[in-house]
Design a protein around this ligand. Structure first.
Ligand SMILES: *Cc1c(COP(=O)(O)O)cnc(C)c1O
Length: 222
C-alpha cells in the first residue's frame, strides 16, 4: 500500500498514464486537480511541495479559513468545485481563481459584476438526482452565452459528476455526453472523473481529473 503523499501521487499519475496510453492520448493533455476539501491547509502545503499546483475546494468559507496559510504558495491556483450560492460571489471571486461549478445565468452575472477576472467552468447535471446541482443541457446554452458576453469571465470548460456507482463503466455515458456538449459549444476543457473513475473519464476525453481520496485518503464528514 502507498503510504506517503508522494507514493499516492505516483500511483495516480501512473493510472493517468495508463489510461492515456489505452486511449492514445498524450498525458500532457490531462491535468490533475487535487481536491483538498475537509483537509487542513497543511495538506495543501505538502502537496505543493511535491509539485501540485491546482487545488479544488468545495466551500467558500473553508477556503477563506485556509487562505492565509497558503497565500505564499507561488503558482498555486484554487478551483471552487462545490455549489456556489449567488450571495457568496464576492468572497468566491476573492479566494478562487476559477469557479468550476457555475450553474446559472444569475450566478455568472453576479460573478462578472464582482469585477475580478475569473476562469469559469460550467457544471452540467446529466442525471436526475435531486441532491445534485448543475445546469441542464438546455440551460447550458444561456450560461455559455452569458459568460462569453461578460466583461470579466473566461469560459474554460464543462464539469460533471455522474451518479456514484461501484461500477465505473456506469459513468461512461455521462462523460461521453459531456464531451458532446463541449464539442457543440466549442468548449475546450472537460473536468470529469474522480478517484474511482478517472480512467473511464480519460478514455472519454477528460482534460481535468479531480482527485481527493486517492491522494489524501478518506475524508471525515464535514
Ligand atoms: C470531493 C469531490 C471530488 C473528489 O472526489 P474523490 O472521490 O475523493 O476523488 C471531485 N469532484 C467534486 C465535485 C467533489 O466534490
Amino acid at each position: 500500500m502507498p503510504e506517503t503523499l508522494q507514493q499516492k501521487l505516483d500511483l495516480v499519475q501512473q493510472r493517468i498514464h495508463h489510461a492515456c496510453a489505452r486511449a492514445n492520448r498524450n498525458p500532457g493533455e490531462v491535468r490533475l486537480l487535487a481536491v483538498t476539501k475537509i483537509f487542513p491547509a497543511e495538506i495543501i502545503r505538502e502537496a505543493w511541495a511535491i509539485g501540485l499546483r491546482e487545488f479544488g475546494e468545495n466551500y467558500v468559507q473553508e477556503m477563506e479559513n485556509k487562505a492565509a496559510a497558503v497565500a505564499d504558495l507561488a503558482g498555486a491556483r484554487f478551483h471552487l468545485i462545490g455549489h456556489l450560492q449567488s450571495n457568496k460571489t464576492k468572497k468566491a471571486s476573492q479566494f478562487f481563481q476559477t469557479i468550476d461549478s457555475v450553474d446559472s445565468v444569475k450566478l455568472a452575472r453576479r460573478l462578472d459584476a464582482e469585477g475580478i477576472p475569473l476562469d469559469i467552468t460550467v457544471e452540467v447535471k446529466l442525471s436526475h438526482e435531486e441532491s445534485k446541482t448543475g445546469a441542464d443541457a438546455a440551460g447550458l446554452v444561456d450560461i455559455v452565452e452569458a459568460v462569453r458576453t461578460s466583461q470579466n469571465l473566461r469560459l474554460k470548460g464543462l464539469m460533471t459528476v455522474p451518479p456514484w456507482s461501484e461500477d465505473v463503466e456506469l459513468s461512461r455515458p455521462y462523460f461521453a455526453k459531456l464531451r458532446e456538449l463541449a464539442a457543440r459549444h466549442a468548449i475546450q476543457e472537460l473536468s470529469m472523473g474522480m478517484s474511482h473513475d478517472l480512467e473511464v473519464a480519460i478514455e472519454e476525453g477528460a482534460t481535468w481529473v479531480r482527485v481527493g481520496t486517492a491522494l489524501f485518503g478518506k475524508r471525515k464528514k464535514p
